[in-house]
Structure formats: structure tokens, C-alpha cells
Write a protein that binds this ligand. Sequence first.
Ligand code: FRU
Length: 491
Amino acid sequence: MEWTKEERYRRLEDTDPEEISGLAARVARCPWRQGYHIQPETGLLNDPNGFAFFHEEYHLFYQWFPLGPVHGLKYWYHTSSPDLVHWTNRGVALKPDRDFDSHGVYSDSAIEHNGRLYLMYTGNTRDKSWERMPYQCMAQMERDGRIHKFSSPVISGPPSRYTDHYRDPKVWKQKNCFYAVIGAQRSNLTGCAMLYRSIDLYKWEEVGELHTRLSDFGYMWECPDYFEFDGQGVLCFCPQGAKLNDPGNIYPSGYVIGDPLNVETGEFRHGNFRLLDHGFDFYAPQTTLTPDGRRILVGWMGLPDIVYPTDDHGWAHCLTLPRELRVEGGRLYQVPVRELQAIRGRERFADGKISNDTLSPAGFAGSRYELIIEFNNVDAVEFGIRLRTGEEEGTNLVCNTRESRLMLDRTLSGRPIAEEFGTVRSCKVNPLAVKLHLFMDTSSVEVFVDDGREVFTARIFPHEESRGFSIFAKGGDVLYRANMWAIEVEG
Ligand code: FRU
């Protein structure tokens, strides 16, 4: 169904509550509702926003259009958690109700200062001829959860030489100063990130562009995030339109690592761009620090402009599980946060050798589980696992040892999704020993390969009965060792 501009820009406050409760009831009946991922009760979720630990709790907001599975008038929705695993819905945090954010409270970040949580976001506005004007804005959240917006933007309009694609401020503190990176598009229609600084979060001063090696890399950089690890600087961003090896990956999300950013000049010397995720549905990630110093990343498990099977049920998308980051050998590793072990239920174990065969270990089945499987002593040509198998369905993770490649194949996963962008994604691995750590939920799978060296994130939409699991080897044999935990969710 096509949505008109009027329908997309209808306000939640002007909507009959019965319409919302009717939509929520329809969404709740959807067979693809997730068990333990953050998902919207109605409508569309996109970027994670304002991820921070504040006043004894994690706070995670997200971009939300409440009225249906399309990109329309955006709100910030608020969730919080004591442990990064159990999340409570807290309702709308920021509404598009001011002149400077009338057409959407856009992304992005939060920082604690003087006992308050400051939320920095882009106010999206449109004039009568639908010309866009973005403002960078601030709000503050008190300990009791009350939120007040500043009465005017802290950065008004993009500087000359940049277009109206100027958004997503990610703020951090370094020494006694605050800094923010903002995603931007130059007037020559190339993407970049801008650097700002402030001593009090109220008055912001432009430092200038981040000087990177990527001067012509895509037409707009969305959702930049900068942080440091052991004396190295990491810049994550989503370079829209950047040319990559896989032409099917039209919404890349990745990072570069280098020397720490020079915050006086914007100079950033770094290595090659790498993807954060090799799967299909991953975008606009954001990181924060835990009180014990871990850097945690959460992403949007979805992509812009793609039709998903849940659209017919009145909702779209969810967030990824939180992942702990580390830097090793010049690259980012990502592993699921250890807190997730709290939802492990009944455990199964299997090990053995498999030769030119497929087998299903006893009790290894389900639609919500955590799995760790290690393959060793490989002399097979191909080996791997099949997930969510049913009569004619299955999602395959296949290691091709001749090509040293691991492939995630969702060709037969269930309801097709965005087939025009390909149904197989892959990455390089050492085929002699492969370790897969994965989380299966009703309609998604997140696969952490070789202790987080690579990750694949994908939505899948199998039949409810497709709950089978098998291990296979072709053209030789392989040793395997597997643990599966059912994931128990309340409600
Ligand atoms: C990325 C993005 C951001 C923007 C937000 C709007 O997905 O386009 O650049 O702030 O979504 O919802």
C-alpha cells in the first residue's frame, strides 16, 4: 500500500487511541514477533538513539514512526534496562512538536553531565515547498525521566558548502570538552563527517570536517560515531552510495581505525574501511560505554527502502542484540554481551565426527535459542549448519573450504526479502577451524564468527513449524562440538 505524504506526517497525538490499540492488536498477532529483541509495539523502528548508562540503568531510544511500517514523522521512543537484556518500554521521549523539529525528531546520541542525561538530536524541518532544513538540537532528561527540550537549536542549519543532509550528532567527552561528529553531504554531493566542540553542551563551535582518506566515498555519511580504544581511534559510519565489492550491499555500515583523532584540526589518519556486518539487515549502529568500561554497540536490524514481510502486519524492524567491541590486529571484533547468558534455558550438547552426511543432534531444535558450534579437523570440501529447517525451508551457513569462505544463504529461509539485492552473503574465514556463536529469535539470526572477527545479521521469515536444525559435511569429514540453549522469554 502506498502512503501519502499526509498519512506519513500525521501526528500520533492527533490519532484516535482506538486506531493505535487496533493496530497494536494486529501487530501482536503477527507470527514473526520477536521474543527477546527490542521491537516497536506498532509501526516502524529504525536507528538506535541516545544509548547511555544513566542513573543505574541503560537507556536506549529509537527512531519511531508509530502509525505504520513506513518512514514518516519520527519520534524518539524510550526503553531502559538494568542489564542490557531485559528492556522496559517507557513510551515516547521526544515528539516533533517544535518549529525546529516539526518534521521529525531524528537521530542521535546522549551524554551524562551534571546529573542529567543530555540528548542531542537532529530536528528535521520542511517548508511549504518541502525544502528540508536540519537543526542540531538538545534536550535534557532528569533522573526521574522527565525530559525538557532546549528552547532553540544548539547548531542552526548547515554551514555553506554543505547540503541539507546534515544530521545525526554523536557526542562524547574528552578531557574537559565535549565533541560531536555530524553526518554531512558536501555541496559536490560527496559524504563526510563534521566535528564540533563545546565546553558546556549549550554553545557549539565548528572545528571543521574530519580529514580522512575517504574524500570521495559515497554521497552522504549517516550516523557517524567516534570512540577510542587503547590509543587508537575508531570512526563508525554509514556511507550511503559507497562502492563496495558486493554490489547487493547498497546500505553499508562500517568503520575505519587509526591514530586518535586530532580534535584541534580534525585530522584522522586511518586504515581501510571495513564492514561491521556481512549480513543483510544491519544499519546505523551506535555505541556507548558500560560502567565497567566495555564499549557496547547496538544496530538497527533493518535497512531503508526495503519491503519486509511484517509490513503486512503493521510493523517493521527491531534492534540487534548489544555487542561488546574490542580492537585486535587493526580490526574490530564484536561478541554478544555476556549478560545474555541470563536468558539461557535448557542446554543440549553434542559432539562427534560427520562424514559426507547430514545429522540432527537430539533435542537441537527451536525458534529461539543460542548456539555455539566449533568445527575442527576439517577435510570436507563443504560443511556447515542448516537453521530453521522445515518441509521446504532452511537458512544455511556453509563453509566452502576451497574458497575459504563462509556463506549465509537465506534463499530458502521462508518469506522472501529483497531478493533483488541477492540472497547470499559471505566473508573470508580460515576453513580449518570455524567457530559460530549465534542467536536465533523468531524472525532473525545474528551469527558471530571466530570469536567476533566477523558478524552476519539477518532477518528471516520462516513458517512457525520450521524449527529443525542440522549439521552437514560434504566431500570428506569434520569434527564438531555444539551447545544449544533454549532462550526463555517471559510473557
Ligand atoms: C538513518 C537515518 C538518519 C536519520 C534517521 C531518520 O537510518 O536516515 O540519518 O537521522 O534515519 O529516521
